[in-house]
Design a protein around this ligand. Structure first.
Ligand SMILES: NC(=O)CC[C@H](N)C(=O)O
Length: 337
C-alpha cells in the first residue's frame, strides 16, 4: 500500500517511490566495515532518512520488493512495469523513482524502457555504500533522484538511472565497477545529463526508444532466453544444453565483434536451424556487434545485438519473442530500439 504522503500544495510535483531493496536500503554492522545485507531498510525509513526531498515534491512510497537485485526476476519486472503504467494512466504521479540494487539495475531500467507506455520520468537509483556506512551515498542519490523525477527539465526523459551526479539513458547504462561509487557508465555514449547543486541539466536524448512499447499486461512469464559466454577454447556444451532445455532464444556473449570458435559456431547454427532465435552480442563492454563481419549471419541464421550488452540483448529478445519469431522483424528491433 501507499505510505507517507506529506505535502499538499496543489502545483507541487508528485513523485511515487517504488522501493525494491539493494544497498540503498542496506544495513551493516559498523560504519567502516564492508560487510552488510542489502534490502533491509523498509521504504518508511527511507522516506524519513532524507527530509530534504519532501521539499521538492509530494512523495509517496510503496514497497514492491525487498531484495538484493541479484535476486531480481521477471515476476517483479512485470509487477513494476504494470504498476508504473497504472500510475501514469491514472495520473497518480508526475514522476516515479525506483530504489534498486545496482547489480541488475541496468536490466530493470531497460525492461521498463521497453514496456512503460509513457515518457514521463522513471528514475532508478541505488547506492554503492550501505545506509549505515560512513560517507554513504544513498541519501544524496535518493535526494537527487527525487529532484530529477520532479524537475521540469525531465518531463519527457523516460526511463533513466540517476546516481553519483549523472543521469544515464536506460538502454545505455551499465555497471562497470564492482565496488566503486562511480560504477554506472555508458561506455559508448556517456551520460545524457549531469546533476549538481540540486539541479539537473540534460545534454543528449536517446533516439532509440520504440514508438510502440511492448505490452506485458496480463503476462506472468516471458519466453526463455539464456546467455552463453564466449572465450578461447570454449566447448559447445552450454549451447547444446540450452537447446536441449528447449529455450526460445540464446544470446551469445561473443569475443570481439561477437565471434565464436568453430565448435560453438556449429552448435549455435544448429540451434538456429532448430528454430531457436540466436543473437550475437559481445563480451567486450563497448561498441557494436555488426552484421556480416567475420560471421555470415544470413547463412547461419543469426541476428546481432548492435550495441546492446548481452544482458540487455536478452531482455529485448525475450520481449521481441512475445510478438514474433521472425528473424528479420527481430533484427529490425535490435537496430531500432
Ligand atoms: N550496490 C548494490 O546495490 C549491490 C547490492 C546488491 N548486490 C544489489 O544489487 O542489490
Amino acid at each position: 500500500q501507499t505510505k507517507g504522503a506529506t505535502n499538499t500544495s496543489k502545483d507541487e510535483p508528485r513523485v511515487i517511490i517504488l522501493a525494491t531493496g539493494g544497498t540503498i536500503a542496506g544495513s551493516g554492522e559498523s560504519s567502516t566495515k564492508a560487510a552488510y545485507t542489502a534490502g533491509k531498510i523498509p521504504i518508511e525509513n527511507l522516506l524519513n532518512a532524507v527530509p530534504e526531498m519532501h521539499k521538492l515534491a509530494k512523495i509517496k512510497g510503496e514497497q514492491i520488493a525487498q531484495i538484493g537485485s541479484q535476486d531480481m526476476n521477471i515476476e517483479t519486472w512485470l509487477k513494476l512495469s504494470n504498476r508504473i503504467n497504472e500510475i501514469f494512466e491514472n495520473n497518480e504521479a508526475d514522476g516515479v523513482v525506483i530504489t534498486h540494487g545496482t547489480d541488475t539495475q541496468e536490466e530493470t531500467a531497460y525492461f521498463l524502457e521497453l514496456t512503460v507506455n509513457s515518457n514521463k520520468p522513471v528514475v532508478l537509483v541505488g547506492a554503492m555504500r550501505p545506509a549505515t556506512a560512513m560517507s554513504q551515498d544513498g541519501n544524496r542519490n535518493l535526494l537527487d533522484a527525487v529532484m530529477v523525477a520532479a524537475s521540469p527539465n525531465s518531463k519527457e526523459v523516460g526511463v533513466v538511472t540517476a546516481m553519483n551526479e549523472a543521469v544515464f539513458a536506460a538502454r545505455d547504462v551499465t555497471k562497470t565497477v564492482t565496488t566503486n561509487m562511480a560504477t554506472f557508465q555508458s561506455r559508448n555514449f556517456g551520460p545524457i545529463g549531469l546533476i549538481y547543486d540540486g539541479k539537473v541539466s540534460y545534454y543528449y536524448k536517446t533516439l532509440r526508444s520504440p514508438e510502440k512499447k511492448f505490452n506485458v499486461k496480463g503476462l506472468t512469464k516471458l519466453p526463455q532466453v539464456e546467455i552463453v559466454y564466449g572465450y578461447a577454447d570454449a566447448s559447445p556444451k552450454a549451447v547444446k544444453a540450452a537447446k536441449e532445455e528447449g529455450v526460445a532464444g540464446i544470446v551469445y556473449a561473443g569475443m570481439g565483434n561477437g565471434n565464436f570458435n568453430a565448435p560453438v559456431g556449429e552448435a549455435l547454427a544448429d540451434a538456429a536451424k532448430s528454430g531457436i532465435l540466436v543473437c550475437r552480442a559481445a563480451r567486450a563492454g563497448a561498441g557494436r556487434v555488426t552484421l556480416f563481419n567475420e560471421v555470415d549471419d544470413k547463412a547461419l541464421g543469426f541476428v546481432v545485438a548492435d550495441d546492446l550488452n548481452p544482458q540487455k540483448a536478452r531482455i529485448l529478445l525475450m520481449l521481441a519473442l512475445t510478438e514474433t519469431k521472425d528473424k528479420a522483424a527481430v533484427q529490425d528491433m535490435f537496430f531500432k530500439y
